[in-house]
Design a protein around this ligand. Structure first.
Ligand SMILES: *Cc1c(COP(=O)(O)O)cnc(C)c1O
Length: 468
């Protein structure tokens, strides 16, 4: 399997190359040169298989010869053993033709675990074989740091440093990061804001000597391997509900467009998908795009679903590449114009093709709370605010009644207890695996907002110091 960049001028790479590269050299995102295809018979044969078995079958063609079958089987098994539900991503029925696909049974209670648990192990495996070691640095406002830490903890070829703004994350978010005591995990509470944390990380990547000495890397949200790992649960859910002999739609609460793009990828590999519903919160750039064909940046405002508070959706470029008939030069031009002008518009032809598969709907904070309240009243299920956006959008778009609608449940409600309590009066409890979170020992270094101090700290911990 070969991968090409959406901007057309970076080298064509194999799986191992795209795994380690993340972003392509030309600023584009890697996508498969050709989609592997699963026949209807192959999909039917996946019914009743375990998640791990489906994962192996679905991902195998994307890997090429990068990793042996036996190694890959072990990596997949280990990745999903960390989930506390035997089905890994179970389906739950909410209505006669409406399901939730629960993606939050991993170590940090959010759907990022599904891809990151695999990505951390794939990274470690490939690096170990090459005799390399990387230093991963990242900034978090609280939501994604813990998923990256859980993915990299105890991996021999990785040191991970996560910067969070001191005192500005919730206590649950902080403790999910700082209570991981593995020797390769380093939490830094920076005396500053989230923007300061991001600036520090950017500055480290922009310091060529430091970057080379530490062999800096990132577990990027645009890494192809993350998309690949997310294709599995669409296929697993589809075949469980009767695909390819049943019509299915997915409703996806969307931020960076990674998750819903994986649904699009599942369709390209052969899963029949009737509709992909993109749920936006008040930051509705994508809903506006699917209505008008114009992608236009506006400011970001905080909402009840912070993981979807985005200005631009980086993974959208992968869909744009296909809408522009895989013309990398045209994508590069379009993205350059987007950067400069803050907007771009696709033609009627492209918008028509996009709208044949995608629909989009915006659910604001008031509606989000109303959905949480309504679903709780109707079914007893408690949704987190991100999930509520997907469920609300899924209910708002009308489809043929025989189409099964699957809404993606992207976080456990206990991750966002304030919004859930405001909607239902119930404060959701942490699941058993995190019940003792508030008693766990924490380890964190408090550092001033000063680049040299942070770099010295990292050098000290990795033992990769400047030659004197
Ligand atoms: C990351 C995240 C999203 C958005 O997913 P994208 O792949 O960025 O579109 C939605 N909900 C939750 C809980 C998330 O963590």
């Amino acid at each position: 399997m070969k991968y090409v960049s959406t901007r057309g001028s970076a080298p064509v790479l194999d799986f191992e190359g795209v795994l380690l590269a993340g972003l392509a050299e030309d600023g584009g995102l890697y996508v498969p040169q050709e989609w592997p295809a699963f026949s209807a018979a192959e999909l039917r044969a996946m019914r009743g298989l375990s998640y791990v078995e489906i994962a192996e079958r679905v991902m195998r063609p994307f890997l090429g010869s990068a990793i042996s079958d036996a190694d890959f089987a072990r990596i997949v098994r280990d990745s999903y053993e960390t989930f506390d539900h035997r089905a890994v991503t179970p389906l739950k029925q909410l209505d006669s033709n409406f399901w939730l696909l629960e993606l939050f049974h991993g170590p940090t209670l959010a759907f990022k675990d599904v891809a990151l648990q695999l990505l951390g192990r794939l990274f470690d495996h490939v690096l170990t074989r090459r005799g390399e070691r990387v230093t991963i640095v990242g900034a978090t406002s609280g939501d994604t740091g813990s998923a990256a830490i859980e993915a990299c903890r105890d991996r021999a070829a990785i040191d991970i440093f996560i910067l969070h703004p001191k005192g500005r994350t919730s206590e649950v978010q902080r403790r999910q990061m700082t209570s991981v005591l593995s020797s390769n995990v380093h939490n830094i509470a920076l005396e500053g804001t989230f923007d300061d944390c991001q600036d520090q990380v950017k500055a480290m990547f922009n310091d060529p000597a430091f970057r080379a000495r530490q062999n800096l890397s990132a577990v990027n949200s645009i890494n192809w391997a993350r998309i690949m790992a997310q294709i599995i649960y669409y296929i697993a859910a589809g075949v469980a509900l009767g695909a390819p002999d049943r019509r299915i739609a997915f409703s996806v609460p969307t931020g960076n467009f990674g998750n819903v793009y994986a649904a699009y990828a599942a369709k390209q590999t052969g899963l029949p998908v009737e509709k992909l519903i993109v749920g936006s919160n008040r930051n509705d750039i994508l809903t506006r795009f699917f209505r008008s064909g114009e992608m236009k940046i506006e400011g970001v405002e905080p909402s009840l679903s912070p993981s979807m508070d985005i200005q631009v959706s980086s993974n959208f470029e992968r869909l744009l590449f296909d809408l522009l008939d895989r013309d990398g030069a045209l994508v590069a031009d379009t993205m350059k114009g987007f950067r400069a002008a803050g907007s771009f518009k696709v033609g009627d032809n492209q918008l028509g093709r996009a709208s044949a598969l995608f629909a989009a709907h915006r659910i604001d904070d008031t509606e989000t709370k109303a959905v949480i309240r309504a679903v709780h009243g109707e079914t007893g299920e408690i949704l987190d605010p991100h999930t509520a956006v997907g469920v609300g959008a899924g209910r708002a778009i009308s489809l043929d009644p025989d189409i099964a609608v699957v809404a993606l449940a992207c976080a456990h409600p206990a991750k966002f207890p304030d919004a859930v309590e405001a909607a239902t009066g119930i404060r959701p409890a942490l699941p058993p695996r995190l019940a003792d979170l508030f008693e766990r020992e924490e380890r964190v270094a408090v550092l001033p907002n000063d680049l040299a101090t942070v770099q010295d700290y990292i050098s000290e911990k990795t033992g990769r110091k400047e030659a004197v």
